[in-house]
Design a protein. Structure first.
Length: 68
């Protein structure tokens, strides 16, 4: 998905809930002992840092709470 499309999805209420659900699922998976023992591939870390940087850029932008 293109970054500008991710930005639009994340800024909507449904998009931010979906993003948060995905984050929670990933954290629950990562906390399992058998997963924690596995090394993380460098390309995964690069992608993770890029994703975190993307969400940090838009964290300061207000999310609309108006109903249409």
């Amino acid at each position: 998905m293109r970054p500008e499309r991710q930005h639009q999805n994340w800024r909507s209420e449904a998009g931010s809930r979906l993003w948060l659900s995905g984050l929670i699922a990933a954290m629950e998976h990562a906390e399992q002992p058998e997963v924690r023992r596995q090394p993380v591939a460098p390309e995964i870390l690069v992608e993770l840092r890029a994703q975190l940087a993307l969400t940090a850029l838009f964290r300061s932008a207000p999310i609309s709470t108006s109903r249409h």
